[in-house]
Write a protein that binds this ligand. Structure first.
Ligand SMILES: Cc1ncc(COP(=O)(O)O)c(C=O)c1O
Length: 352
């Protein structure tokens, strides 16, 4: 007896970066932050009252929503918090997109989870090719028939920033279309579309605690947008699981959100090491995109990316390789500490 639904059989699930335990790796494959979370997070953990776990968490994530809202001159009704930005994105697809005229567009090279969600939620999608150099052509988003678009900015895995003025042009020019801006890597670019939320009703900005806050393990992300859009996300959430964000995660995210000075320093360090590593890679014969994220996207002029990935893995260094059209000769390297990146460059030199 085959118990799988037709939908389940049709799915092509997302493939997450490897999490291997067979030896100790320098892990540069899932864009985690190499630095620890702020001390304020430690304090939350040591002071946390276990008795609190007897109760369900606040399903509105009020404290965190208020913090994010206040910071951006908005109201808590403009904020939706989820169990990682992946979950927030997962709610966005059924909340706003569907079949036919309700379809969505996104770049041909972008976060591959978008396509997975489209299949899960029966959303029609069209992939818009990036230019040869992986830049987005904003004309593609100026006049299109689908209901909206999702744009990762900076994009993954290319690392490229389309520029907030371009995002604003697109949003302003298409008041009847919805634009979801996935800003998972925004801190490393030092630009954000958040101020546009106050000006336009047709933009949702999604961010995460996983990258710049060094908190991939707590699973917390959020969307910021017009109250009606947030209400729609709550309709979906409350039709699925009211208590998506656990109590400890909410406390930790609040503490981290307030530790601005520490995270500014950590982010600056990542950016500095990124730029240093890009220069080293260029010296070794790599083409690197002008990444504004915490990863580097690189292709060697005469070494196959798949071989580099395998050889680095043998040497205990994990990077990400995507066997996908247009990018199958690139590796994506998460920016580690200065020491980790030195070791990575040394091993690369040996391999080359
Ligand atoms: C572009 C992009 N969006 C969203 C996510 C999801 O992040 P999380 O679910 O950890 O918040 C990622 C993770 O790698 C990403 O690269």
């Amino acid at each position: 007896m085959d118990f799988l639904s037709e939908l389940c059989k049709r799915l092509t699930p997302y493939t997450a970066g490897e999490q291997l335990n067979d030896k100790k790796y320098i892990k540069l494959n899932t864009n985690e932050n190499p630095y620890p979370p702020a001390n304020e997070v430690d304090k939350i953990l040591s002071d946390f009252d276990c008795e609190r776990l007897r109760l369900y968490p606040d399903f509105n994530c009020t404290e965190l929503s208020e913090l994010i809202a206040k910071d951006n001159g908005l109201k808590k009704e403009n904020i939706f918090v989820g169990n990682g930005s992946d979950e927030v994105l997962a709610m966005i697809f059924p909340a706003f997109f569907g079949k036919g005229k309700e379809g969505v567009i996104f770049a041909d090279i972008t976060y591959s989870f978008y396509k997975v969600y489209c299949k899960l939620f029966n959303v029609d999608f069209r992939e818009v090719p990036l230019k040869d150099n992986f830049d987005m052509d904003i004309n593609d988003y100026m006049n299109f028939s689908e209901k909206g678009a999702i744009i990762a900015n900076p994009n993954a895995p290319t690392g490229l920033n389309s520029g907030i003025s371009n995002i604003e042009k697109i949003v302003k020019n298409n008041p009847d279309k919805l634009f979801v801006i996935d800003e998972a890597y925004t801190a490393f670019a030092k630009t954000t579309a958040l101020p546009l939320v106050k000006k336009y009703n047709n933009i949702l900005v999604v961010q995460t605690f996983s990258k710049s806050y060094s908190l991939a393990g707590i699973r917390c992300g959020f969307a910021v947008g017009n109250e009606n859009l947030i209400e729609a996300l709550n309709r979906i959430k409350n039709s699925f699981n009211s208590y998506t964000v656990n109590a400890l995660t909410q406390k930790i995210a609040c503490a981290a959100y307030c530790a601005k000075e520490y995270y500014r320093k950590v982010t600056d360090d990542v950016i500095e090491v990124r730029e240093l590593s890009k220069r080293e890679l260029v010296k070794l014969g790599f083409y690197v995109t002008d990444s504004e994220t915490n990863f580097i996207f690189a292709s060697h002029k005469n070494k196959k990316a798949s071989d580099l990935y395998k050889k680095l893995k043998d040497k205990g260094i994990l990077v990400r390789y995507f066997n996908l059209p247009r990018i199958d000769n690139f590796i994506r390297i998460t920016v580690g500490t200065k020491e980790q990146m030195q070791k990575f460059i040394e091993e690369l030199k040996n391999i080359l």
